[in-house]
Design a protein around this ligand. Structure first.
Ligand code: FAD
Ligand code: SIN
Length: 526
C-alpha cells in the first residue's frame, strides 16, 4: 500500500513531535514511531533543558561552557545558534503546555549540572522529559493535519537506489522520496512517499549491554542513512553518564541525574573518601567525560563495580521535593538517599555523533532532514554538555521546518518507487539466532569499545563484528522482514561506524580516550 504525505516524520520524541507540530502549518504530516508515542529517550530525560534565562547568566557563558565541554571539536556556529535560539524555543514549549518548576517568587527554578558555570537548567521536578513528551503528545493528538502511526517501523529511506540506479558515496544529489515502513501489527510493508522526510529516531544505547536508553534506541536512522550513502559523523564520541544506579541486570539502567550533584551530592569511593578533586578542580561537577573516566579509573584500580554518590548531607525534605522519582526509585531498591549512599557506575547514555546536518538541519541527502540525538549538528563536539540535547533537538527541528517550508511547494512525489519486494524470503527458522547475535554486539561494544579504548581492542571488536555482519546480511536476504532482524542490522551498522571512526581518530579528545594516543592533535573549532 502506498501513502502520500507532504512531510514524513520518523520518530516521536521532542525532535519529531516539535517538527510535526510546526510542519503541519505547511502541509499534511505523517508521524511514525516504532512503539507507542510515549516510548522515547525524551520521556526518560530527568535533569531538564538548558537555556539562559536570567542574569548573571549570559549567552556568552552558555556558549563558553558548551565549547569547553566539547573539547575543541564544536562547530561554533551551531553552538551560537542553539544558545541564542534556546529562550524562544522554551517559550514555545510553555505555549504547548509544558510546566517548568518555579520558585516562590514566580521565577523559573533553575538547576545547575556538570560543566555549567551558572544555574540554567529548566526542569519539571526530576522527570522533565516525561512532562515534555506528554505535553507534546497532547498537542499532536489534537492536530487535524498530523496522522499518527504507532508501531510502524521504518526499514529504509527511499532514494534513486530504489529506482534501480547505482548510488555510491560519490553520487551527487542523492534524494529522499520517503520510506518503506513495516506495520508491526499486520506485518505489511507500506510505501510512504513524501516531499520532505525528517529522521528523528533518537539514540543508540541498545548497542551496549548497559545503557540508560530504552530499547527503542537502536540507531535506526543513522543506519538507514549510512546504507543510503549519506554522511555520518563523530560516531566515536559516545557519552557514558557517570552516575547510573548500580543494579546489575536492570535495563534500561536507572539514571541518577547530574542535577543531584549540582544540588550538592558528592562522589565517594567505597571506603567513603572523596576522589574527584584528584582529577579536576571542579570536583564532582566537572564535565561528564572527566567524571566518567575518573570513576572508571577508581573502579579499575580498586577492583570495584561501583562508587558511591552521597546526598545525605543535604536537607532531607528538600531532597525529596527536588528529586521525588529518584528518591522513590532508590527506596524500591532499599536505599533511602537521605540517609544512605547511592551505588553508581558509568553507563552508556548518549551519542554526540550521527547524521551530519547543516545549520538548517539538512542532511547530505536532498529532501532529508535530521534532528535530535540521531543527528550531528556540531553543537556537542567531543562531549555533550549536560541538558544541551533536548534544547538542540527543538532548535534544529524548528530550523528544519523553516528551511523546508521555503521550497516544499516546488516538490512532487516520486510515483515511480516500486513496492517492497519480498519474493524468495521466508520466516526465519530460529529467532534465537537474532537475539543471540544482538547480545554478541552488546558484549563486543561493552568489552572493547567503552570509556578507555586501545587499537588492539578496537581491531578485535571490528573483526568480531565482521562475522556478525556477514551472518546477519545472509539471514536478512532470505528472511521475511521483521523489526527484530532490521534492528539487528542497524545495531551492527552503528557499532561498525563507532569502531571505524574511533580507529580513525588518532588522538584522545573528549569522550574518545585511547591509551595508544593519550595526547591530542591540533585543536579544531574553538
Ligand atoms: P527520542 O526521544 O529518543 O525519540 C526517538 C523516536 O524515534 C521514538 O519515537 C522511536 O519510536 C522512533 N524511532 C526510532 N527508530 C524508528 C524506526 N525505525 N521507525 C519508526 N520510529 C522509530 N537530555 C537533556 O537535554 N536533558 C536531560 O535531562 C536528559 N536526561 C536524560 C535522561 C535519560 C535517562 C536519557 C536516556 C536521556 C537523557 N537526555 C537528556 C538525552 C535526551 O533525552 C535525548 O537525547 C533526547 O530526548 C532525544 O530526543 P529525540 O527526539 O532525538 O529522540
Ligand atoms: C541528567 O539528568 O543527568 C541527564 C542530563 C543529560 O543527559 O543531559
Amino acid at each position: 500500500m502506498t501513502r502520500k504525505f507532504d512531510f514524513l516524520v520518523i520518530g516521536s520524541g521532542i525532535a519529531g513531535m516539535s517538527f510535526a507540530l510546526k510542519a503541519a502549518k505547511f502541509g499534511k504530516v505523517a508521524l511514525l514511531c516504532k512503539g507507542t508515542l510515549s516510548e522515547s529517550n525524551t520521556s526518560y530525560a530527568q535533569g531538564g533543558i538548558a537555556s539562559v534565562m536570567y542574569e548573571p547568566d549570559s549567552f556568552e557563558k552558555h556558549m563558553e561552557d558548551t565549547l569547553i565541554s566539547g573539547d575543541g571539536h564544536c562547530d561554533i556556529e551551531a553552538v551560537k545558534k542553539v544558545v541564542y535560539e534556546a529562550p524562544s524555543q522554551i517559550e514555545e514549549l510553555i505555549r504547548w503546555g509544558v510546566e517548568f518548576d518555579k520558585t516562590e517568587q514566580g521565577l523559573f527554578d533553575l538547576h545547575r549540572e556538570g560543566g555549567h558555570s551558572e544555574h540554567r537548567i529548566l526542569h519539571h521536578k526530576d522527570n522533565s522529559g516525561y512532562e515534555i513528551q506528554e505535553s507534546l503528545i497532547r498537542q499532536v493528538k489534537a492536530h487535524s493535519e498530523i496522522e499518527v502511526y504507532e508501531h510502524y517501523f521504518a526499514i529504509e529511506i527511499l532514494t534513486q537506489h530504489h529506482l534501480g540506479e547505482i548510488v555510491t558515496h560519490h553520487t551527487p544529489n542523492i534524494e529522499c522520496y520517503g520510506a518503506y515502513v513495516l506495520n508491526q501489527q499486520t506485518n505489511n510493508i507500506h510505501t510512504f512517499l513524501s516531499k520532505i522526510t525528517l529522521l528523528a529516531t533518537g539514540g543508540i544505547g541498545s548497542v551496549y549491554s548497559t545503557t540508560t536508553n530504552p530499547d527503542i534506541a537502536t540507531g535506526d536512522g543513522i543506519a538507514m542513512v549510512h546504507r543510503a550513502r549519506g554522511i555520518i559523523k563523530d560516531m566515536e564520541f559516545v557519552q557514558f553518564h557517570p552516575t547510573a544506579l548500580y543494579h546489575p541486570g536492570e535495563r534500561p539502567t536507572f539514571l541518577i541525574s547530574e542535577a543531584i550533584r549540582g544540588y550538592g551530592a558528592v562522589l565517594r569511593t567505597q571506603d567513603g573518601k572523596q576522589f574527584m578533586q584528584k582529577y579536576d578542580e571542579r570536583g564532582s561537577l566537572a564535565p561528564r567525560d572527566i567524571v566518567a573516566r575518573a570513576i572508571d579509573n577508581e573502579m579499575k584500580m580498586r577492583g570495584h563495580d561501583f562508587v558511591y554518590l552521597d546526598v545525605t548531607k543535604m536537607d532531607a525534605d528538600e531532597t525529596k521535593v527536588h528529586f521525588p522519582n529518584i528518591y522513590q526509585k532508590c527506596l524500591e531498591h532499599g536505599i533511602d538517599i537521605t540517609k544512605d549512599y547511592i551505588p553508581v557506575s558509568p553507563t552508556q547514555h548518549y551519542l554526540c555523533g550521527g547524521i551530519k546536518v547543516d545549520l538548517n538541519g539538512r542532511s547530505s541527502i536532498n529532501r532529508l532532514y535530521a534532528a535530535g540525538e540521531c543527528s550531528c549538528t556540531g553543537l556537542h563536539g567531543a562531549n555533550r554538555l549536560a541538558s544541551n540535547s533536548l534544547i538542540e533537538a527543538i532548535v534544529y527541528a524548528d530550523a528544519a521546518v523553516k528551511d523546508a517550508a521555503k521550497y516544499i511547494d516546488s516538490l512532487t512525489f516520486n510515483e515511480f518507487i516500486p513496492n517492497w519486494n519480498d519474493e524468495g524470503t521466508s520466516l526465519p527458522e530460529e529467532m534465537v539466532l537474532i537475539t543471540q547475535s544482538f547480545r554478541e554486539v552488546e558484549q563486543i561494544m561493552s568489552t572493547y569499545v567503552g570509556i578507555v579504548r586501545s587499537n588492539l581492542r578496537l581491531v578485535r571488536a571490528i573483526n568480531r563484528l565482521e562475522i556478525l555482519y556477514r551472518e546477519t546480511e545472509h539471514l536478512f536476504d532470505k528472511s521475511v522482514v521483521s523489526k527484530e532482524i532490521c534492528e539487528l542490522r542497524n545495531v551492527i551498522s552503528v557499532a561498525y561506524l563507532i569502531i571505524k571512526q574511533a580507529l580513525m581518530r588518532k588522538e584522545s579528545r573528549g569522550l574518545h580516550y585511547t591509551v595508544d594516543y593519550p595526547g591530542r592533535m591540533k585543536q579544531e573549532g574553538l
